[in-house]
Design a protein around this ligand. Structure first.
Ligand code: PYC
Length: 333
């Protein structure tokens, strides 16, 4: 075997959801320069093979998620990062930001001396790590980008052979979510139901994108729904499951999804500034959230959300590419 590619990565999980963080070996010259969004877009054009190499089998799997740290352009930022998954690219990721900051501190790439400002394709976010006495990271609080409800609609869907009106709220929280009550599909948010949630989640996402063109009201950017969040209000802690990209299931309570849910609850008068909001995933892991600020802008209720959760380092990898591998050979120079 003659090894052609050595990519170093650290794997974490946040509430059960993986993040594979590239820490070395990537030739960044092909996409260097400009904002993180511009670097991400050039990476997509020039180096998408690296994403599939790291995210898909045999090195990854259908629900794999990753983060690529890059130099930031914004003066205020300490670090740039963009997010990848099995199906493509994400503008922002809450569980991934917790994973990146935990991994980079615990493996010595980042000095743990206070909050870290990250430039993401969605904008600047702040991650504040709480350290344990042994120098590890206990949890990370992420101040996400401003979030708001964009639209509401009703989809007529076939659920178990019956026509059902499904209420959908379209919410921006760094990613764009179609939010639907799990009860509309007659289901509780439990692991047994995830395969069915994937089928309905993909259908809801596609139907919502077909039904309307979405535009960010402040930047004018075109927005595409890429996450479906099924929510289940519960007495002690709300539950949710998020289906995203090519039908991946978030094992965590979904960081941006929790921010989106808080924006939705604020718009219906159910969550005010500073109130704690606990959110539980389909496997029972939790994030704690709150709204730091709320305001009205051009008729939209805009919230500044934060979420807190814990990530754990689970592996360090050196990924190899054998040029004679008949299945996985591509130009990575
Ligand atoms: O934590 O924001 C998140 C996220 C998005 C998709 C998977 N996780």
């Amino acid at each position: 075997m003659q090894t052609e590619l050595l990519i170093e990565a650290v794997d974490t999980h946040t509430g059960g959801e993986p993040t594979r963080i590239v820490t070395g070996g990537l030739n960044t010259d092909r996409f260097a320069g400009g904002s993180v969004e511009e670097q991400r877009d050039r990476f997509r054009e020039e180096a998408d093979d690296v994403r599939t190499f790291l995210m898909k089998e045999p090195r990854g799997h259908d629900d794999m998620y990753g983060a690529i740290p890059v130099p930031p352009a914004a003066e205020k930022a300490d670090l740039g990062v963009f997010f990848v998954d099995n199906g493509g690219y994400k503008d922002m990721c809450g569980h991934g930001t917790m994973g990146v900051v935990t991994a980079l501190i615990e493996t010595g790439y980042l000095d743990p001396d206070g909050p870290v400002t990250l430039e993401t394709p969605a904008g600047l976010v702040t991650a504040d790590p709480e350290l344990s006495t042994d120098g590890g990271v206990e949890h990370v609080t992420v101040e996400n980008v401003s979030s708001y409800v964009l639209d509401s609609m009703t989809l007529s869907m076939d659920v178990d052979g019956e026509p059902v009106d499904v209420p959908v709220d379209v919410v921006y929280a760094g990613n764009v979510f179609a939010m639907v009550p799990a009860s509309a599909f007659g289901m509780d948010v439990t692991p047994d139901n995830t395969a069915t949630f994937v089928d309905y989640g993909v259908e809801v996402r596609d139907r919502v994108n077909e039904a309307a063109d979405f535009e960010d009201p402040f930047s004018g950017d075109r927005l595409v729904v890429d996450h479906t969040e099924f929510y289940e209000p519960c007495a002690e802690v709300d539950r949710n499951v998020v289906v995203f990209s090519a039908g991946s299931v978030d094992r965590s309570p979904c960081g941006t999804g929790t921010c989106g849910k808080m924006a939705l609850l604020h718009s219906t008068g159910e969550l005010d500034v500073g109130e704690p909001y606990r959110h539980e995933s389909v496997i029972g892991t939790r994030f704690e959230g709150r709204l730091r600020d709320v305001r009205r802008r051009d008729g939209y209720a805009v919230v500044d959300p934060e979420i807190t959760g814990s990530a754990y380092v689970v592996a360090k990898h050196t990924f190899l590419l054998d040029p004679d591998d008949p299945v996985h050979s591509f130009d990575v120079s």
